[in-house]
Design a protein around this ligand. Structure first.
Ligand SMILES: *Cc1c(COP(=O)(O)O)cnc(C)c1O
Length: 371
């Protein structure tokens, strides 16, 4: 049996007629950039995320950059973030000229450890940028408390967490600005790049709308220097077809995660494997199902691949040890939990259409692994 890490064919087959109608609608409208489709998607995402505003942009990476720009983050400033995330979380900070300050993660959730944040705050700190990794929200109550005490804005990197909740609040609604990605592999995926920002602040929303079109409030009149980060109408139309299905997809992912955890816990493995930890009062949407294998992880990966099971490490090198960030001066061992997570974690296939037999096969292959 072959179990790919992700398979979108069934999702698209199921929606084929609607997707065709949506793309035809855009082609006929001749409105390819921003416009009505994007405006409607923004309304729908704002409603879904329970925020006053949503502002479309070209990607999740751009959403992060635009959020930092809208908060006037610039050279000389520091932004506190996690070293265990996708590259864009940190590169967005450096793009503004500011410096990312990495704070270690909680070993069970892999999210920014709020108890370590305060010690990293300096007089140059201008924002906190937690990530909701794998679809589980960072400990937002604790982070908001630290942010409030130091009068700092919070930005959520919610690229992996659309629809996730923490204490009944939706990802993207618990901070000054939320950032989403609709990269094709995300839980809500476009057919190309796309992103979105959410905020409850009217002035920030207006500023983001200006910044995404070169800083021009009206055509050819530029109040400030923005970037080109417009959302395509084709992507918006495709996302509008998919959004009504997102909750059932997230539920299916949660069920598959539960099935994996049950099967793996009951399997008598010859080695140590820990299933994902779910915090209390959260809605984890399982963008990834990530297990921890303290020893022999890389041999297990070989074994899984040899038996047709897709798997991947998110992320093999923590951000503070990336070559391009060497100038920041972090040494190996500086952030031990992130480094340990990079050595020990492994993502297994998860998507709403994953069948029980496939999950049983994955766990069967894992249980046959002899270190
Ligand atoms: C995907 C992702 C991004 C970047 O989104 P793109 O749309 O690919 O630019 C940023 N942060 C995290 C945590 C992501 O997973």
């Amino acid at each position: 049996m072959n179990v790919p890490l992700l398979d979108l064919r069934q999702q698209h087959a199921h929606l084929r007629e609607e997707l065709r109608a949506a793309t035809d609608r855009v082609l006929d409208s001749q409105q390819f950039v921003l416009g009505e489709e994007v405006r409607l998607l923004e309304e729908e995402i704002a409603r879904y995320s329970t925020t006053r505003h949503a502002v479309g942009c070209a990607s999740g990476s751009d959403a992060l950059l635009l959020a930092l720009m809208a908060l006037d983050i610039k050279a000389g400033d520091e932004v506190i973030t996690t070293p265990f995330s996708f590259f864009a979380t940190a590169s967005a900070v450096t793009r503004t000229g500011a410096t990312p300050v990495f704070v270690d993660i909680e070993p069970r959730t892999y999210n920014l450890d709020p108890s370590l944040v305060e010690a990293a705050i300096s007089e140059r700190t201008r924002a906190l940028l937690p990530v909701h990794l794998y679809g589980q929200c960072a400990a937002m109550d604790a982070l908001a408390e630290v942010a409030a005490r130091h009068n700092l804005p919070l930005i959520e990197d919610a690229a992996q967490a659309i629809g996730a909740e923490d204490n009944g609040r939706r990802a993207g609604s618990m901070s000054t600005i939320g950032c989403f990605s609709f990269y094709p592999t995300k839980n809500l995926g476009a057919a190309g790049d796309a992103g979105m920002l959410t905020t409850n602040d009217d002035a920030l929303a207006a500023r983001l709308r200006t910044l995404r079109v070169h800083g021009g409030a009206t055509e050819y009149l530029h109040t400030e220097i923005g970037i080109n980060s417009r959302l395509d109408a084709l992507q918006a139309a495709i996302l509008r077809v998919k959004l009504p299905h997102l909750d059932s997809w997230s539920q299916a992912r949660r069920e598959r995660a539960e099935t994996y955890s049950l099967l793996l816990t009951n399997a008598r493995l010859a080695f140590n494997l820990r299933v994902p930890f779910i915090r209390e009062n959260v809605r984890h949407i399982f963008h990834q199902y990530v297990v921890r294998v303290p020893e022999h992880r890389d041999a297990l990966i070989e074994h899984l691949r040899a038996h047709g099971v897709g798997c991947k490490i998110y992320y093999p090198v923590p951000l503070h040890l990336q070559e391009c960030f060497r100038y920041l001066g972090y040494a190996a061992g500086a952030l031990p939990e992130a480094e340990r997570a990079a050595r020990e974690t492994l993502a297994l296939p998860i998507y709403p259409e994953l069948r029980l037999e496939q999950q049983q096969y994955v766990v069967d292959v894992i249980s046959r692994f002899q270190p």
